[in-house]
Design a protein. Structure first.
Length: 397
């Protein structure tokens, strides 16, 4: 599914052009001042107009979003692979060889997902030069809710002292941030919002008393949060201007039980959580590691190619790839399949582990800190995770 489908470039990427839309049918035509117009083909917009808008309104209100600022929260507590050996029967060699991870961050026990989200959000707002009063919406991508109900974004909103704007959680595994990016981008494109705070945050370490039962997962997953502020672009947007080009989302529920957590849930004939379910360890996440691995190495390159094709780009046009950080081996295979030089892929897994919904914004943030991501660069993002879900995006930073 191609969301925010307007940016299907039909020209060489180096060519700068503007977007122009027809008024009646919602078809978008790219317009280049310099190039031969006969080379353009119309691109059908495949998003769903809001109920109060007809196609004509959509054509006149459609615009683009861009990332205005990025922030992160990484717990100060560093947990090395040797430290992990004190919680379970494992070794630095096993973890490094299979995942590339050397260390990860864990929160102190009184820290929650909404706390980490707030700290990342505050930095993103500061870097974006946006005040919290300017926000129109908060989207929190997380799989580690503070409570089962209501959404963790409600607790985040309260902690940040923000009132009367919609907020919601996106719970789509390791793809949650890219799904959230797609939602935020489309709310801005359709003119319903001007500025949106989007956070990816996950917290895994609090299951540590049970780590010996889930060794495979315990060494991979970690805690952290990253946030971006998205804002509407001013005026017409050209290929060279910073903006989100497109987002592409997929889900295949056939894989739902390959990486999942059964309890608590309404699937039980009795109470949604019981001592018996806990005794059967159904409250702990479960993973079929090899199934996840096999699907990830197939779906991630597919997702990247989908985004590139949609925008008439080649892998060599991309300045920086930010992949979901599940496993260094997965990402090395994806990089090889795409034929991309290693220096154009930014990894954080060695030092942060797999922070689930936070890996993509943390990757953006860390690449900025490392001087690898600079204004004007073309960025490709791809993720794969539970669901199974996979997603990609291309944006100009
Ligand atoms: C999980 C994963 C690292 C396992 O790697 P693998 O190469 O399949 O594992 P191996 O077959 O070499 O090893 C399995 C053995 O290690 C053991 N083991 C599991 N976790 C261990 C740990 N933390 N330390 C030491 N040994 C461990 C297993 O019990 C098993 O032992 P056995 O052979 O005696 O039964 C790999 O499948 C993977 O990366 N999968 C993708 C996971 C992922 O990305 N998830 C997130 C998606 S968003």
């Amino acid at each position: 599914m191609n969301l925010a489908g307007g940016a299907a470039y039909t020209l060489r990427p180096a060519t700068s052009f503007l977007w122009r839309t027809t008024t009646a049918d919602g078809i978008m035509y790219p317009l280049d001042r310099r190039a031969d117009r006969r080379s353009f083909r119309p691109v059908h917009l495949d998003h769903n107009p809001q109920p109060h808008q007809d196609a004509k309104d959509m054509a006149t209100t459609l615009r683009h979003s861009r990332i205005l600022g990025v922030g992160a929260y990484l717990p100060p507590r560093v947990v090395t692979n040797d430290d992990m050996c004190t919680y379970m029967d494992t070794s630095d060699e096993w973890i490094t060889k299979r995942s590339g991870i050397k260390e990860r961050r864990w929160v102190e026990l009184d820290v929650t997902t909404s706390d980490m989200s707030m700290w990342a959000a505050e930095e993103a707002l500061k870097n974006a030069g946006v005040s919290k009063e300017e926000l129109d919406m908060i989207v929190l991508a997380t799989n580690s809710p503070d409570h089962e109900n209501p959404a963790t974004s409600c607790f985040l909103q309260r902690k940040m002292g923000i009132k009367n704007i919609p907020c919601w959680d996106v719970r789509q595994g390791c793809c949650a941030f890219v799904f959230g990016l797609s939602m935020a981008d489309n709310y801005i494109r359709t003119g319903m919002c001007n500025k949106i705070l989007l956070i990816g945050a996950d917290l895994f370490s609090k299951s540590m008393e049970a780590f010996d039962h889930i060794r495979e997962m315990a060494v991979l997953f970690a805690d952290g949060a990253g946030a971006v502020v998205l804002g509407a672009c001013d005026g017409e947007v050209g290929f060279e201007d910073p903006h989100v080009f497109s987002t592409h989302l997929h889900t295949d529920g056939e894989g739902a039980q390959e990486l999942w957590c059964k309890a608590p849930g309404q699937c039980y004939p009795g109470p949604r959580i019981s001592h018996e379910a806990i005794d059967r360890l159904e409250h702990l996440p479960q993973m079929n590691g090899s199934a996840v691995f096999l699907h990830a190495v197939q779906r991630m390159p597919e997702a990247v190619h989908e985004a590139l094709d949609h925008n008439n780009l080649k892998p060599s046009d991309i300045d920086l790839f930010i992949f979901h950080q599940a496993n260094l081996r997965i990402n090395e295979m994806v990089t090889k399949v795409l034929g991309v030089p290693l220096e154009r892929v930014h990894h954080t897994i060695q030092k942060f582990g797999n922070t689930t919904a936070a890996t993509i914004p943390l990757g953006l943030w860390d690449a900025v800190q490392a001087g690898k991501l600079e204004p004007g660069m073309l960025v490709a993002i791809a993720a794969f995770g539970s669901g199974f879900a996979w997603a990609s995006s291309i944006l100009r930073w």
